[in-house]
Design a protein around this ligand. Structure first.
Ligand SMILES: [Zn+2]
Ligand SMILES: [Zn+2]
Length: 146
């Protein structure tokens, strides 16, 4: 076809707007998505995720300790307005929320980051560390007094 090779940036700028869960449309590209569902941009030194690339170019640098969270939950969306730099635990927390996993224990303690207690024999169950510690203390007290 004799077309000159386009840069990744140019290709990504061919994004199409697609209705998403937010008030502004998601920017999705018709190009390859990796197995995790992200668009990848090849840079000379490394390959970065499309939403990070767009955010850094249109908004600004992402702090090192932050991850870009998709507010729209569309991983291959590159609309920087749909992305927010958050800490890893917030990102994980929101992911659980989106998947309908519990985000708080019965007493209302948040189940995020190091507040989650994972039992060795039940790795898929996420328990509240605060409640677990309190319960253990009560249990020990009971054992001592009885
Ligand atoms: Zn989006
Ligand atoms: Zn709790």
């Amino acid at each position: 076809m004799g077309r000159k090779k386009r840069t990744t940036e140019e290709i990504l700028l061919d994004y199409i707007e697609q209705a998403g869960p937010l008030s502004t449309p998601c920017w999705v590209t018709p190009y390859r998505i990796n197995e995790d569902g992200y668009v990848l941009v090849k840079r000379p030194d490394k390959t970065i995720k499309g939403h990070r690339f767009f955010y850094e170019n249109l908004v600004g640098p992402i702090p090192e300790d932050r991850e870009l969270d998709h507010l729209c939950r569309v991983r291959h969306c590159v609309n920087p307005g749909h992305c927010e730099p958050v800490t890893h635990s917030v990102n994980v927390f929101r992911g659980h929320q989106a998947r309908g996993l519990k985000t708080h224990c019965r007493k209302g303690h948040p189940l995020t980051g190091d507040k989650v207690y994972i039992r060795k024999n039940r790795p898929n169950q996420r328990d509240c560390k605060i409640c677990h510690t309190t319960n253990n203390r009560i249990l020990r007290k009971k054992q001592r007094t009885s």
